[in-house]
Design a protein around this ligand. Structure first.
Ligand SMILES: C[S@@+](CC[C@H](N)C(=O)[O-])C[C@H]1O[C@@H](n2cnc3c(N)ncnc32)[C@H](O)[C@@H]1O
Length: 259
């Protein structure tokens, strides 16, 4: 019954059982869509417009070249830009506790960017501009505990302590990620992150799929075993650890064996 009520509200019907229903809202196709064949710089402003109030303090902790912000008006948000390249590590951010309304996190997303030697880092040599845009170019310490895809996941989890320190309750945590095939195994990073962050009381409120406009050129292809990834995700999480229980779960209790 509760679910039905919520559905009617979203569809714009007001009124309680037994009373005449009155349709509200307007008919329009001008809505924010979940999938886009476009650049990050086109999709990101739409995510902000839908999920972050104008005037909010937004900490982009992997600002990089600032591509996400190219089409965002400077007067719309109070942007706090940081990046290892600018001298700040996401594990020690120069912001006060409980001081930001949203955090944006777009770390190096593929295992090839977490190698122990410079020669092995993805984008070395002729693909240097790729490395410049997507990583700090710093190698993973030889003693690092997690390797390959797990090193990517560890990065996404390692930032949570600092995010929880600076983000206000109900604040938004906007995370960019991409699935990958690592050691010939399918790794659905976006699902792993939704699951892992949920355990930390971040509710995954929205998902955006970004499809690349151009086709990648593959050198040295022997035999294709998996579809080549040409899409990535923006996941929009809401911090809910100030509540006893998060509102919704993206994994049914039945699947979790809790039912
Ligand atoms: C995928 S790029 C981000 C691109 C950015 N969103 C943009 O719009 O240009 C990843 C960024 O993470 C940064 N980075 C890597 N390790 C970091 C760390 N420990 N702390 C802060 N930034 C880091 C890199 O310098 C790089 O700029």
């Amino acid at each position: 019954m509760h679910g039905l009520f919520v559905l009617k509200q979203e569809q714009g019907f007001a009124g309680t059982a037994g009373k005449k229903r009155k349709a509200r809202g307007i008919a329009t196709s001008d809505v924010t869509m979940s999938a886009h064949t476009a650049d990050n710089s086109i999709v990101f402003p739409q995510i902000l417009a839908l999920h972050v109030k104008k005037g909010a303090v937004v900490a982009d902790i992997t600002y990089g070249l600032g591509v996400f912000w190219r089409n965002v008006s400077k007067s719309d948000y109070q942007l706090l830009a940081s990046d290892l390249k600018l001298g700040q590590c996401w594990k020690r951010l120069p912001y006060d506790d409980n001081s930001v309304d949203a955090v944006v996190f777009d770390p190096p997303y593929m295992e090839g960017l977490y190698r122990k030697t410079r020669q092995a880092l993805a984008g070395s040599g002729s693909h240097e501009s790729f490395q410049k845009a997507y990583s700090s170019g710093i190698t993973t310490p030889a003693k690092a505990e997690r390797k390959y895809h797990d090193a990517v996941l560890e990065t996404y989890l390692s930032v949570l302590t600092e995010v929880k320190r600076i983000l206000k309750p109900s604040g938004k945590f906007i995370v960019k990620c991409q699935d990958e095939v690592s050691a010939n195994r399918q790794k659905l990073t976006h699902i792993e992150l939704v699951w892992a962050y949920e355990h930390q009381m971040f509710y995954c409120k929205d998902v955006f799929v970004v499809v690349r406009k151009n086709a990648p050129i593959i050198s040295r292809l022997l035999q294709q075993k998996h579809a080549r990834k040409n899409h990535s995700y923006f996941l929009v999480f809401e911090r809910q650890d100030h509540r006893k229980k998060i509102d919704y779960t993206n994994f049914s209790d039945w699947l979790r064996g809790n039912d």
